[in-house]
Design a protein around this ligand. Structure first.
Ligand SMILES: Cc1cc2nc3c(=O)[nH]c(=O)nc-3n(C[C@H](O)[C@H](O)[C@H](O)COP(=O)(O)OP(=O)(O)OC[C@H]3O[C@@H](n4cnc5c(N)ncnc54)[C@H](O)[C@@H]3O)c2cc1C
Length: 272
């Protein structure tokens, strides 16, 4: 029987919670070298959902299930592939090439979709809902469009999974929704989903020296016009460094009245 293939898309991101004084360049762009690089938090949750899905399908259907993590980034992004393997992923691939530089979300999702197609066969793709640096939440849905598969966004919990279909709980602004789809499908995972399982000591020992494959642009058979700067219609017109002055902050009392007043002010200013 064919192997059941689950793909996780994960991104290594600058730790935006630990922004020091060197974090910004003089021109207002991010000085990535001065920020610690971490596993994008939503993607860690996507990894957990993929591992959980593997456990369910293996148990119920007695098939061989593989979880493969793909990241596009500099060679050091292999750190998150290794972290995924320590937590139970079967393997992963870094796609890295200077020709990807300057990619907006359209070019990024194109490269990721081509890498997934290159695997030859896949049943499920999990992504985080959003990356904490770019913050667009566009890459998951755009990748589904390019793969021409349905998508379930904002997934929070697996209700059931078989080799043919998956049923998930989605979290929406005003409630939850239970959705079922035939496979293959792409799922974007919400930050409220289950935290990822810890590293396994035996995996840390047995997998610490595993070689992690690195694919270049040539390996994914792309249309080179759709990669990097050439494939990115987004143009950044201006970058501003916004520093809030003290006079723009207000103090509110931490009681019901204070909170009510704040909500009223934010509603009046159309922020809510
Ligand atoms: C004009 C322009 C030029 C840019 N140039 C560069 C550049 O030179 N270098 C650079 O690093 N960034 C560059 N960026 C930023 C880059 O486009 C985004 O970081 C990237 O497309 C992902 O978008 P996002 O961070 O909003 O992810 P989101 O859409 O918020 O991410 C959603 C999910 O998609 C998946 N995902 C997103 N990105 C990746 C990835 N790389 N690998 C695997 N999975 C992923 C993750 O699961 C993530 O949780 C540029 C952006 C623009 C607009």
């Amino acid at each position: 029987m064919k192997e059941f293939q689950i793909v996780v898309l994960a991104k290594q991101v600058p730790d935006t919670k630990n922004v020091g004084k060197d974090a910004m360049n003089a021109d207002g762009t991010i000085n990535r070298a001065a920020l610690p690089a971490i596993f994008n938090p939503d993607d860690m949750k996507a990894l957990e959902m993929a591992l959980e899905c593997r456990d369910i399908i293996k148990k119920e259907n007695k098939v061989d299930v593989k979880v493969t993590v793909i990241t596009m980034g500099p060679p050091r992004a292999s750190e998150i592939i290794r972290e995924s393997m320590f937590r139970g992923a079967d393997g992963g691939i870094v796609i890295s090439d200077k020709r990807f530089a300057g990619s907006d979300t359209l070019a990024t999702s194109y490269a990721l979709a081509m890498a997934i197609k290159k695997l030859g066969h896949y049943d499920l793709v999990f992504t985080g809902r959003q990356a904490i640096d770019g913050d667009t939440a566009q890459v998951g849905p755009q990748t589904a469009e390019k793969l021409e598969v349905p998508q379930i966004t904002y997934a929070d919990e697996i209700i059931a999974a078989t080799t043919d279909s998956i049923r998930l709980k989605r979290v929406l602004q005003n409630g939850v929704e239970i959705v079922e789809s035939k496979l293959p499908v792409l799922v974007t995972v919400h930050g409220n989903a289950q935290n990822c399982r810890s590293r396994h000591a035996h995996l840390v020992i047995s997998r610490k020296n595993d070689e992690i494959p690195m694919w270049t642009a040539d390996d994914i058979n792309p249309d080179f016009e759709r990669l990097g700067m050439k494939g990115s219609p987004t143009k950044v017109k201006n970058i501003e460094n916004v520093v809030l002055a003290k006079k723009e902050s207000i103090s509110i009392k931490s009681d019901d009245e204070g909170i009510r007043g704040l909500v009223e002010d934010l509603t009046a200013a159309h922020i809510f």
